[in-house]
Design a protein around this ligand. Sequence first.
Ligand SMILES: [Fe+2]
Ligand SMILES: [Fe+2]
Length: 164
Amino acid sequence: MSNAESFIKLSKVHEWLDELFLAHQTALLSLDLSEAERCLDFYETNLRLHIKDEDEWLIPTYGARASDIPGGAVEFFTGEHKKILGFVAEFHEMLSQLRNQKKLQLKHAIIRLLDREAMYKGLLGHHHAREHNVLYPWLDWLTSEAEREKLLAQCSSLEAYRSR
Ligand SMILES: [Fe+2]
Ligand SMILES: [Fe+2]
């Protein structure tokens, strides 16, 4: 395997997504619900691009060539993607319920939302580590340089990260 191209660079997309989520949480701390919603929308748009890259191109390539990799069953990755999107849908719902609340209740509700988001960040950290340590290095190992170039060029989340 040549080092010219590597799927590990997708971990930069993870870091960027984490920053976008932090911007949403920062707006929550300022009680700025519109900004929190806007940031969550932007985060979700880019998160979905990234998950689509993995579900449509990367995981199928990996799944067709890899077998019995410890901690690397295809269902782990795709199942976590479903859980991740489920959490984000829940945050939208919780955010919509914050409207028209009085200040103290609003603060309490934001604390509940942040608590829930802390659980999400735990799941996400676990998921990103699994991809960084298993999916991406194995994909590097299982593909030719030409394939890596082609697959990475298809990743629209990488494109979005680069033009951020
Ligand atoms: Fe993923
Ligand atoms: Fe990923």
